[in-house]
Design a binder for this molecule. Structure first.
Ligand SMILES: C[S@@+](CC[C@H](N)C(=O)[O-])C[C@H]1O[C@@H](n2cnc3c(N)ncnc32)[C@H](O)[C@@H]1O
Length: 391
């Protein structure tokens, strides 16, 4: 499978093409730092408002002391704006986090406030100092706003993936990891999508009639769990599935998926639905609701094929996924579910298989996925195939 950016058809696979744990931590750290800088900016903006009122009544001595502290605050204020600008200019992740934290609003409020703050009770020298100080802060704030606007206007991160035998091409829209871990593409999705498509494939498992590597989606109904950017589901749509539901529980991911349905021209077969595994598990106690703009998966709907890539990364997923799959997999003996993911935690994976065993009409088998140079992970990848037991 080959990938290329929309306007760069020759670009080859490169570092950073896929989301990984490092990206996730980077987004957490960026979010924290952006939050700290914005807190300083907001605090100082509020401070200036109260200072203006108080200052009128202050004694000269008190005013001098306050100015000393004010100088320190000014330094922190400027440094916070400068750091924010620099990081947003240099690193996309900081731009994403600044957007999420409403930096534009906070900076605009600060700018409006700074523009109004010259103390008319001061002497001429002081007024001159304050005016020049205020205009240099205004300049910093404008630069910061510009950096954020530039980030926002950058083109949408649409990528196109061509399956290796060239039968289909899929476009995905990546957003940001702060929208949810599925905001960017994970390698497992590519591995799973290739298994839908790879007609040569690996040899079938010796001991098995039909758990071979290829899953044929033609004319089947397909549900993708934790779809993220939806590469697997769109690949199924392009490979002739009769009906595809891309599901996730994060509203921004559902929005991006809906946009991708149009971009892939899959409107006739593909729906985007909210599905929270916590709400779908039989013994659910947590109440979660679909976001306004999206419908939840119909309560009773079941599917011929269920697919999920990298859906196991928190311990409760090992309990939830078997419940959801048991509920959503058709009762037909031909129904199939495949979960494919990196082995991040062996115990969690064992727990998942164990939990499938608790359903007497499900059979789950685990198979290692052949290593590939490009799509590798230290702990390796496995696929877990689930089907209905025939009694
Ligand atoms: C690591 S990402 C993988 C995304 C995509 N399948 C891929 O491989 O690129 C895990 C996905 O599972 C989804 N997810 C996690 N917990 C969920 C839950 N309780 N209900 C539904 N989806 C969930 C996340 O929103 C995310 O899209």
């Amino acid at each position: 499978m080959r990938s290329f950016d929309e306007d760069d058809e020759d670009s080859d696979d490169s570092e950073g093409e896929f989301a990984d744990e490092g990206d996730w931590y980077a987004s957490l750290i960026a979010g924290e730092r952006v939050g700290e800088w914005l807190d300083v900016i907001e605090e100082e903006t509020k401070q200036q408002r109260s200072n203006d009122d108080e200052e009128k009544e202050e004694e000269e001595e008190g005013r001098r002391n306050r100015r000393r502290t004010k100088n320190d605050d000014d330094k922190r204020f400027r440094s916070a704006i400068e750091q924010l600008t620099k990081h947003v200019e240099e690193d996309e992740v900081y731009g994403e986090e600044a957007e999420v934290a409403e930096a534009e609003r906070i900076l605009s409020e600060a700018l409006a406030k700074v523009s109004l703050t010259t103390n008319i009770d001061d002497d001429e020298e002081e007024i001159e100092k304050e005016t020049s100080n205020s205009s240099s802060v205004q300049k910093l704030l404008r630069q910061s706003l510009e950096a954020i606007e530039t980030h926002r206007k950058r083109k949408k991160n649409v990528k196109t993936y061509a399956m290796k035998n060239g039968r289909v091409e899929v476009s995905i829209l990546e957003t940001k990891l702060s929208n949810g871990v599925g905001g960017k593409l994970w390698k497992a999705a590519l591995l799973l999508a290739e298994q839908l498509d790879d007609k040569e494939g690996e040899p079938k498992d010796d001991d098995d009639d039909d758990d071979g590597v290829i899953i044929d989606v033609k004319d089947k109904t397909v549900l993708e769990l934790g779809a993220g950017v939806g590469l697997v589901g769109f690949a199924a749509a392009k490979l002739g599935a009769k009906e595809i539901v891309l599901s996730d529980f994060e509203a921004p991911l559902l929005e991006a998926l809906a946009e991708s349905v149009e971009r892939n021209g899959s409107e006739k077969t593909t729906k985007v639905r909210w599905l929270d595994w916590r709400a779908d598990g039989a013994s659910n106690t947590e109440k979660t609701e679909p976001p306004d703009a999206f419908l939840a998966l119909e309560k009773e709907d079941t599917y011929d094929i269920i697919l999920g890539s990298d859906c196991l990364y928190e311990s409760h997923h090992a309990t939830l996924l078997p419940k959801v799959i048991n509920k959503r997999l058709s009762s037909s003996p031909n129904a199939r579910c495949r979960l494919l993911g990196a082995v991040r935690n062996r115990e969690m994976l064992d727990q998942l298989i164990e939990n499938f065993r608790k359903f007497e009409n499900l059979r789950a088998t685990e198979t290692s996925v052949a290593k590939s140079e490009r799509l590798n992970y230290d702990g390796g990848y496995v696929r877990v195939d689930i089907k209905r037991k025939s009694f």
